[in-house]
Design a protein around this ligand. Structure first.
Ligand code: DPM
Length: 326
């Protein structure tokens, strides 16, 4: 954030991206009455390549690259992304400064108007279900081997139009979170359970990205941090990073917190879902009083050391006496 106190917010032009960005901006404005915001719209590679399945484009940061370049070039101060579109490794000078409270992370079935009231199991064999997600295809093919899955691209408005205005698709699959944010809850025929379809890493949460050294913006957006979402999505992204597949490998998760326990179920599939590997893990988030004291002590110690080190370096640099010796 510059000295003039205007927060420049970069966003994709799609309606969903704008809705998400406006949500963050409104939250920040209601918490900081004098905040001034300028919204900068940009198109990303993911918005420009509409004829190919995303997993075939070979790019990992399809929806974030241009926005991140603008952040690095100091043209914008903050970018709001769907966390699930953020690659596991960010450019060196950028950081996720806040993860907002997660919407329902599951997937929804949206039926063609002629099929409203039906479920996927009610559709006749050979019916076509639209999704470009390898993750959804792998899991649903296994459950419904008689259905056909076909890629459908474009933003949410375009997809719903493609579903409604022709008879190519009997149903499409979309994230509940995106549909809800657009205010289209009524289009959701039903929600897939996590037994039927595990969701994408980070699905339903927003990741707010800033420059790593822009303390003013970081402090501002940290007001939107949601503790449970952060814990769950950090675990999910660690899983993504370990597997390293990006969007070309079907991988999926389900995480939840009960009291002080974090649970995560993760899975990897081959493309038709005939092979899969599931693993569930659990870890305690409980920190007892003694451990808390130790952590506080260590942090204080590190901070003191850091301040001492920085001042010592300054001293060395500025002092003629010292430069004679070092
Ligand atoms: C990613 C995937 C998709 C998006 C892959 C996946 C879906 C692609 C498709 C990584 N990003 O989920 O397995 O269906 O063709 C995307 C959506 C949202 C963020 C739309 C959606 C909204 C939900 C959210 C596209 N990115 O998944 O229906 O903010 O989590």
């Amino acid at each position: 954030m510059g000295d003039n106190n205007i927060l420049r917010v970069g966003t994709r032009k799609s309606e969903l991206a704008m809705v998400q960005t406006n949500w963050v901006v409104n939250q920040l404005k209601s918490l900081n009455k004098s905040l001034e915001v300028e919204i900068v719209q940009m198109a990303t590679i993911g918005d420009k390549i509409l004829d190919k399945s995303l997993s075939k484009t070979g790019e990992k940061s399809l929806f974030t690259k241009e926005l991140e370049d603008a952040l690095i070039a100091n043209q914008v101060d903050l970018v709001v992304n769907s966390l699930k579109d953020m690659p596991s490794t960010l450019p060196p000078n950028l950081t996720i400064s806040a993860v907002s409270r997660r919407e329902d992370p599951r997937d929804a079935v949206i039926m063609h108007p002629d099929n409203v009231g039906k479920r996927l199991e009610d559709l006749p064999p050979g019916s076509i279900v639209g999704t470009s997600s390898l993750r959804r295809v792998a899991q649903l093919k296994k459950l419904f081997p008689d259905l056909k899955f076909k890629s459908i691209r474009g933003n949410l408005n375009t997809r719903l139009r493609k579903l409604d205005d022709a008879d190519n698709f009997s149903a499409i699959i979309l994230a509940v979170a995106g549909v809800k944010r657009m205010g289209w809850n009524a289009r959701i025929s039903y929600t897939l359970t996590t037994d039927e379809c595990l969701y994408a890493i980070g699905q339903g949460a927003l990741g707010i990205e800033t420059r790593a050294d822009d303390m003013k913006s970081i402090k501002l957006v940290s007001q939107l941090h949601d503790k449970d979402t952060v814990i769950r999505t950090v675990a999910e992204r660690a899983f993504l990073k370990t597997l390293g597949g990006g969007c070309s490998v079907p991988q999926a998760v389900h995480s939840w917190i009960i009291e002080d326990e974090l649970y995560m179920r993760g899975a990897v599939f081959n493309l038709d879902g005939s092979k899969s590997l599931y693993e569930t893990m659990q870890t305690s988030l409980f920190v007892n009083e003694d451990d808390k004291k130790l952590v506080t002590f260590l942090l204080d110690f590190l901070l003191t050391f850091l301040v001492f080190y920085i001042n010592f370096k300054k001293l060395v640099k500025n002092s003629y006496l010292f430069t004679c010796f070092f």
